[in-house]
Design a protein around this ligand. Structure first.
Ligand code: FE2
Length: 284
């Protein structure tokens, strides 16, 4: 993928490689009178080590220990979409929703360009689809507020019904409310029509075997997980849609599967070939 040139990426790369230009990070000369450096509290330039430039370098180094470095080039894109930050305050089915987007971004950034070319998707489109697909999520799906008795069947909002299949698609509120909101936010940020369609269809697009296998090979997804994704909720994942929409849907499902994997559900021995047992997790 073509990386997005970004000051943030430079900062993190510098931190990762042990370079840290204190002036770049906003460091300045030590205040007059702050001369006691006997305990190593100050850098040569006079910046207090506990102050911002050092904390920022440490912050980036720490981030790189828990993030796939491949997403570094896209962090600035995340920063540009201010609505994304609110996802950090939403816990849905036990998962922080900003973390969900970051994890999807890690997977997306791992797909080789050659695979994207076969699917006729650009890296920029894929990253935009990931960034915006859930950006409209709000408190209605937060575990601490969610009210099961309010769940009901509904219809897609009128402004989405021109997308293929969306005038008859299974639509459940409040789970699917965010699709409309995410679509409107993506539109506000002037996303392409292809990205808007992917956002609109990411819970309803029919995943084709060719797309599943290309992404499955690229991300080393096991056969049983591919089958599980491919057959999940056939009545809901039924709308015809682009390769981009399908890839976003696949990555979204992969995150849900992975979340349960790390939560220990598989290790507890519930993983088997029975459909009823395989689908204990929820994908909204
Ligand atoms: Fe979603």
């Amino acid at each position: 993928m073509t990386p997005v040139p970004a000051e943030a990426a430079k900062s993190i790369n510098d931190a990762a490689e042990g370079r840290c230009d204190l002036n770049y990070f906003g460091g300045g000369p030590m205040e007059e009178g702050a001369s006691n450096n006997s305990e190593g509290k100050y850098e040569k330039s006079g910046v207090l080590k506990s102050e911002y430039p050092y904390r920022r370098e440490l912050f980036y180094k720490t981030l790189l220990e828990v993030l796939n470095p491949k997403i570094v080039a896209y962090l600035e894109r995340l920063y540009q979409v201010e609505e994304l930050l609110s996802l950090s305050g939403i816990i849905s089915v036990g998962e922080n929703q900003l973390h969900h987007v970051i994890r999807m971004l890690e997977m997306a950034a791992s797909i080789p360009d050659s695979v994207l070319e076969v699917l006729k998707i650009t890296g920029e489109e894929l990253i935009a689809g990931v960034i915006f697909h859930d950006v409209g999520k709000g408190k209605e799906v937060d575990d601490r507020i969610f009210e099961a008795s309010l769940v009901q069947k509904s219809r897609a909002p009128a402004y989405l019904r021109h997308y293929p299949g969306m005038n008859w698609a299974e639509w459940t509120v409040p789970f699917h409310n965010h699709i409309g909101e995410s679509h409107q936010t993506a539109k506000k940020y002037h996303c392409s029509q292809k990205v808007l369609e992917a956002v609109a269809l990411h819970h309803h697009v029919k995943i084709r075997p060719r797309t599943m296998n290309l992404i499955g090979d690229a991300l080393n997804i096991s056969k049983i997980v591919r089958l599980d994704i491919f057959h999940y909720k056939p009545a809901q994942y039924a709308a015809p849609g682009s390769n981009l929409a399908q890839v976003i849907a696949i990555l979204d499902q992969m995150c849900a599967i992975e979340k349960k994997w790390f939560s220990g559900v598989f290790r507890a021995g519930t993983w088997n070939r029975s459909r009823s047992n395989m689908r204990w997790f929820v994908i909204w």
